[in-house]
Design a protein around this ligand. Structure first.
Ligand code: AMP
Ligand code: MG
Length: 365
């Protein structure tokens, strides 16, 4: 926890230092910090409205309550429990559930859409696997190959369909988890609320995932730090005008098993094992937090080559325009950074003690 606080503190300092020029004379900067969605959240808004940040906090907390896989009252928890019960009783292969909350059902629909676009690299139905590795309760374990094969059969997102009136149909034993998309989506809805409350510019930090909106009055862009994936501190950063900068990192949550191997919290949908493809950090830059979040997880799972291919192929067609910063570890202190053309000129590296090589990735069209 101490380490997490330190990382968080460093990122926050970086972002705050770089945004403190922002002051509009009439509007005062307000800051609100709290814990939600299993992480630390900081909201900053330039506004005269004392209540604005509190309103955005409520939005995030309410969403968390509705979709958390561990909150016993959440709609997702109840759906998952029902699915397990049907599976245990073996009398129901097909399950139909009703989700009464429009926001939850539409988020599920979009999450399944991202699963289709990414061919399951982002898969909200991977929860039986994530759970088997003990990531939900931090009671880590390496499941047997048999267990993995068994649980993997319950992760086919094509067997889950969102129908009319909140109906969700799926195979018993399937379980949903929004861990790979929720923070980005939460940022989107929180920004909508802040704008509705008259906040002109703001910065949201949900566990290191940054979303900014509004014009800085001094004309400069927002500077966002990118965490060094192999040591404490910042590796570099990015200047953006508006949007989301969302990172999936193996360093965020992992455990080292008795065999000495490190297992991270991002799962490979094909093998049922934690991803181990050389990538240590994937940042997606996009207008919407939801897309940036789902895609950061997906590109991490795809691996460098496929991720680049996906960006060239799908960007701007099947999903909104986006850019990436992929970081591959090639030696103990060696990092290769691949930055897509759209953000290459805005990306910078700081002296961080690692041997860093940066390569720009072109569009090819
Ligand atoms: P992120 O940090 O956005 O990459 O999200 C990682 C979280 O998403 C994990 O802690 C799991 O809850 C969940 N998750 C793990 N692997 C996947 C995957 N391949 N697709 C979707 N969600 C995943
Ligand atoms: Mg994600």
């Amino acid at each position: 926890m101490k380490k997490a606080y330190f990382i968080y503190f460093v990122i926050l300092c970086f972002v705050i230092l770089n945004s403190c020029n922002h002051q509009n004379q009439k509007e005062e900067k307000k800051v609100l910090q709290f814990e939600a969605m299993n992480t630390f959240v900081t909201l900053q808004g330039w506004t005269e409205n004392e209540k604005a940040l509190e309103q955005a906090k409520l939005i995030i907390e309410n969403l968390d309550k509705k979709i958390s896989v561990t909150n016993k009252d959440s709609q997702i928890f109840l759906m998952n429990e029902y699915s397990l019960l049907a599976d245990r009783e073996k009398n129901q292969n097909e399950v139909v559930c009703e989700i009464f909350d429009d926001e939850v059902i539409s988020l599920l629909g979009r999450a399944l859409e991202f699963a289709k676009i990414t061919r399951g690299a982002f898969n909200p139905c991977l929860y039986p696997i994530t759970k088997a590795w003990g990531f939900t309760k931090e009671q880590y374990t390496v499941p047997s190959e048999n267990e993995i094969a068994l649980f993997l059969k319950k992760t086919d997102y094509e067997k889950m369909a969102v129908g009319k009136n909140g109906k969700v149909e799926f195979e018993s034993g399937m379980l949903v988890d929004f861990g790979g998309i929720a923070k980005g989506y939460a940022g989107d809805v929180a920004i909508l609320k802040l704008k509705e409350c008259g906040v002109e510019a703001g910065l949201l930090d949900l566990g290191g995932n940054i979303q900014v909106f509004g014009q800085k009055k001094d004309g400069t862009k927002w500077k966002i730090g990118i965490k060094n994936p192999i040591a404490e501190g910042i590796l570099g950063g990015l200047e953006i005008e508006e949007g989301a900068v969302i990172t999936s990192g193996g360093y965020e949550r992992f455990f080292t098993a008795d065999d000495g191997k490190k297992y991270i919290h991002i799962m490979d949908n094909k093998t049922g094992y934690p991803v181990d493809n050389g990538l240590v950090s994937v940042t997606i830059i996009s207008k919407k937090g939801e897309a940036a979040d789902a895609l950061s997880t997906a590109l991490f799972v795809m691996g460098k080559e496929n991720a680049i291919e996906f960006w060239r192929d799908k960007r701007g067609r099947e999903c909104d325009d986006f850019d990436f910063i992929l970081i591959e570890q090639t030696g103990e202190r060696d990092l290769e950074i691949f930055v897509s053309a759209g953000v290459a000129k805005d990306f910078f590296v700081l002296d961080c003690g690692a041997n860093v090589r940066v390569e720009e990735v072109e569009r090819k069209d």
